[in-house]
Each structure stands twice: as C-alpha cells, then as structure tokens.
Design a protein around this ligand. Structure first.
Ligand code: ZN
Length: 531
C-alpha cells in the first residue's frame, strides 16, 4: 500500500522512455551527493538543483501557479524518515533571498521535528512536505510570495495544508507588514469586504453565523496579516477551519485594490504614499521625572481565556469614552487622579467602587483585554458611575519589545472587547510596565498616562505601607498608580479616601484632572502628572 506513489513514479519515467537502470544509478548518485552536502553542515543546505526536465517530480501541472516575479529553484530530499520538495523564488536581492531561505530552513526543521512525533505512522508512509509558491509583483517596489504548504503522509495523502505569505519591499529588502501597506484604521473596511466576498463562497456561507467565522473576520489587524499584493488585487488568506470546515483547506478572499485605494499607503507603482496624518512629535522629557519606573507585576488572580468579540461583521460606530465630571469641580481645591491597573477583578474592584460611590468620587481603571469578559458587570458599574476606563493592553506584553503591529493589535482588540461591554472605546492608554521608550510613542496613537506616585501596593501588599506611602507624597495634580488586584489595595483605599476628602481633595478621573488644569491630552505623548 505504501508503495503506491513509487509505483506511479516508475510508470511515469518508463513512459518518458528512460531506462530504469540508468535512472536508478542516477537517483543513487543524487542521494550520495545530497548526503555529502548535507553532512557538511548540520543546517539545511540550499542546493541549486536540477531543472524540471531532468527530474520531473510530480505529474501535476505546475502552470497552475502564478509566478510573476523571481526565478524558481527547488530543494528536494527523499529521506527514510521524511522527505520534501520545495519550490521557491530567488530574486537576486540578497536580503530577500536570505530571508526566504531562512524561512524555508525553518519550515523544514519544524517538519523534521514533527515527523518524530508522527514516527508511528512513518512505517506506513514517509511524511512528505510539499511546498509550491506563487509570486506577484505590485508595482516596481513590492513583491508578494505565497507559499502553499502541504504536509502529506506518503506522496499523495494530505494531512495538513497552510499558506505562508510574505511581501517584500525590494528597495529595502525587508518584509513589510500591514501597517506599511495600510493607513491606520483599515481593518474596518477590510473586514466588511472580506465578509462580503465570503458571502459568495459556498464553503464558507454555512459557517458565517458561527463565532469562529465572526472572530476570524472581525475588524482586527491581527486577522488580516496573511495577505498578498497581487497586481490590481489584494488577497487575504485564512487558515483551514477558521472560516470554513477544516477539510475545505485554506480559504482566501480577493479584493480589488481600487476598493481600498484611499486606505493604501502605496500607489499603483508600488511607491509609498506620504502618510496623511503625521503622528505628533514625541514629547520632550517631562520636567518632573517620575520616580523610578517600577516593574509592574502581572498577577493573575483568576484564570482568564481570550474571548473573541461578540460581533464585528460591520464596523461599529466609534464612540470614544470621554467622561465629564458629574460633580462640579472646584479649581481652588486640590485634585488627584487615582488609577488602578491590571483589573478588573471584582472582589477588589468592587470594594474600590463602593468607596468611590460613598464619597461621590471618581477614579480611572486601566483594564486588560484578557480580563474584561470575566468581569463585565464590574466594568459596566465603573463606567456607569462616571469612572474612566482606560486601555492597559490585551495581555500585558511590553510595547517596547513586541512588533509595532502587535502593539496596535493589543490596543485595538482590547478596545473592541471593552466596547462590546460598555458601548464605547477608551481614549487613554497606560502602557504595560510603564514602558514607553523606543518605538512606543510612534506606535501608540493615544495619550499615554504614567503616574508620579507609586505606593508599590503590588510589592508590599500591606495596607499600612500603602497608606503611609500615599499620604507622605500626595499633592495637587498627582496621578497615583495602584492595582485593583490585591485586597490590601482596597483596604488602603478605604482608609485613605475619607482622610483625603476631609483635607479637601477632589478625586477625579485622569481626563477630568487634565481638563480642569487646562492641559490637552494628545496622542502619542506621555503624561506623569499635571504639575
Ligand atoms: Zn500593569
């Protein structure tokens, strides 16, 4: 049974009139050469291989693949434990070619590892990795490569298929990301168009109501990272099982460039357009530097599961959360903004809200996307009380260390989740760990709120220490950092608030504090306090 593919190959060669003995010697020779080359270096070696005529690998018509750019080379191995046949483009652009070979090496290495796990099947048929590619030119500057990856048991029994897309800027030699191609805010339109196109795809239509489809096509940049620029079209790919039953394989959508023209950052020649809105210049260092930026904890008192947004077939209207003081503020009395990070967490957040309610006060909650669905009622209560809800990322990754695209995603996805619960999006960001250096101010298109008082509640988890720390430092215009995760934080807040109110302090949201002091909050800038 496992000999089936080989038999077919033999018939094929006989048909083209090559003597089997010569062929056998030839193949043996190739194996020896391959083995020698491979043993020279433990890494996968790229072999400039023979042309299609010399070694016909499959009886499949390769003309089904569009290859507009680059010349084809292939890499082949018929090992005892696994085999592969990989065709890939070479552009004679050193950094692009190097990137492609790195990715292919990685593909093979991973496949080799996986085959160890499938050792039990290996006796029946040798696992085989088959990669074909398509390439498209988009103007003079961009080229998109789409690798169609099939993992098979033997030569003709597919076990998994996937697609890897990479778009290169040939001028810089670098792979480009969605944010290089699109203006900010493209995801709403792309989501709409993708849903529209899928509604004509019979494999997909029956799945359109289910949560996997809705979440895979919702207006989040992370959903559209598998894209290719194909001349006057742009394609988006979706892994098997995401938008249609897994056995229908990879699904794709083709959208006319013209429908996205106003959102594109490159023109028909593949030249980058100037950005429409220039990000504001980064703020010079604040004259009052904050106390040493602490490493904030990421504690998880309750297990949380990422939950896809409930609905996003059409882009919801964007309403930014902008609370205004419901209580008249007295500009002559001191005011401070308490901020609570890393929640919500009802057992603690609820106590803090109780205190705020009692003293007709407000605070700001910088919540995490991966928690909000577990504490919807608490989040709603905070918002309805007039507290401000801010964005503290999806899962507390440092924005200095992740890709710019991931930063955008962390903020946007968290905003989607928050909007599903309270109906509005947040307008302020607190970056995880307070890490706002490097790329951060360029990527984050929101005011970034730091703090100037850190009672280190996360460290001591001790009510008295927290109270003492706050009372020793607090003054008008301060922003205080706390975490609504620890009972000690709630206890300290319960103790501190009546005292501060007694002293004439007004406890306000961050937005109200800056509004009261007449300081505008601007995108991409960092704020520590109002002094
Ligand atoms: Zn945090």
């Amino acid at each position: 049974m496992n000999r089936e593919p080989r038999k077919r190959k033999k018939i094929y060669f006989t048909a083209v009139g090559i003597s089997f003995e010569i062929l056998a010697v030839f193949i043996l020779l190739l194996c020896v050469i391959h083995f020698i080359r491979k043993s020279g270096d433990s890494a996968t070696t790229f072999v400039e291989t023979e042309t299609e005529e010399q070694i016909p690998e499959t009886d499949e018509d390769i003309s089904m693949w569009v290859r507009e750019a680059g010349r084809t080379e292939q890499l082949k191995n018929d090992g005892d434990h696994y085999g592969y046949q990989i065709r890939y483009p070479v552009f004679d652009n050193p950094s692009v070619d190097q990137d492609i070979s790195r990715r292919i090496t990685e593909m093979i290495d991973i496949f080799a590892l996986e085959t160890t796990e499938r050792a039990a099947y290996a006796e029946a048929a040798v696992p085989f990795l088959k990669v074909e590619y398509e390439s498209f030119a988009a103007g003079d500057n961009f080229v998109s490569v789409i690798f169609h990856v099939e993992k098979m048991q033997g030569n003709d029994s597919p076990i998994a298929s996937s697609v890897l897309t990479i778009t290169y800027n040939l001028e810089s030699g670098a792979a480009v990301s969605l944010s290089d191609i699109f203006q900010p805010g493209f995801e709403g339109r792309v989501s709409q168009l993708v849903v529209r196109e899928f509604s004509a795809n019979p494999d997909v239509v029956p799945q359109m109501g289910n949560s996997s489809f809705i979440s895979a096509t919702s207006a989040l940049p992370g959903n559209f990272t598998s894209f290719a620029l194909c001349g006057s079209e742009i394609r988006f790919y979706f892994s098997p099982g995401l938008v249609a039953p897994a056995d229908t394989g990879v699904q794709s959508v083709t959208i006319q460039r013209a429908e996205l023209e106003d959102l594109l950052r490159y023109d028909g020649n593949g030249t980058l357009k100037p950005t429409e809105t220039q990000p504001p210049a980064p703020e010079p260092p604040s004259e009052v530097p904050p106390e040493e930026v602490p490493s904030e904890p990421v504690t998880e008192p309750a297990p949380t599961e990422p939950t896809p947004p409930a609905s996003a077939e059409t882009e919801p209207p964007v309403t930014f959360e902008a609370p205004t003081a419901s209580v008249e503020l007295d500009p002559n009395r001191p005011m401070v903004a308490f901020t609570f990070d890393d929640g919500p967490y009802s057992p603690v957040t609820g106590r803090i809200l109780d205190v705020l309610e009692t003293y007709q006060s407000k605070a700001t909650f910088f919540v995490m996307g991966n928690r909000v669905n577990n504490y919807k009622d608490t989040l709603r209560r905070a918002y309805e009380m007039g507290c401000q809800i801010g964005n503290h990322s999806y899962n507390h990754k440092s924005f200095e260390k992740i890709a710019p695209e991931d930063v955008t995603w962390q903020i946007a996805y968290t905003n989607d989740l928050i909007q599903d619960i309270i109906g509005v999006r947040t307008s302020l960001v607190r970056v995880p760990y307070g890490a706002y250096h490097g790329q951060v101010s360029e990527v984050v298109k929101y005011p970034m709120i730091q703090w100037n008082i850190d009672p280190e509640d996360w460290k001591s988890k001790n009510k008295d220490a927290i109270v003492q720390n706050i009372m020793a430092h607090i003054s008008d215009g301060d922003i205080i950092l706390m975490h609504d995760l620890y009972p000690a934080t709630a206890e300290a807040f319960e103790e501190v608030v009546p005292v501060l109110i007694e002293q004439g302090y007004q406890l306000v949201t961050v937005a109200d504090l800056y509004a009261a002091k007449g300081i505008p909050l601007e995108s991409g800038r960092v704020y520590f306090n109002t002094n």
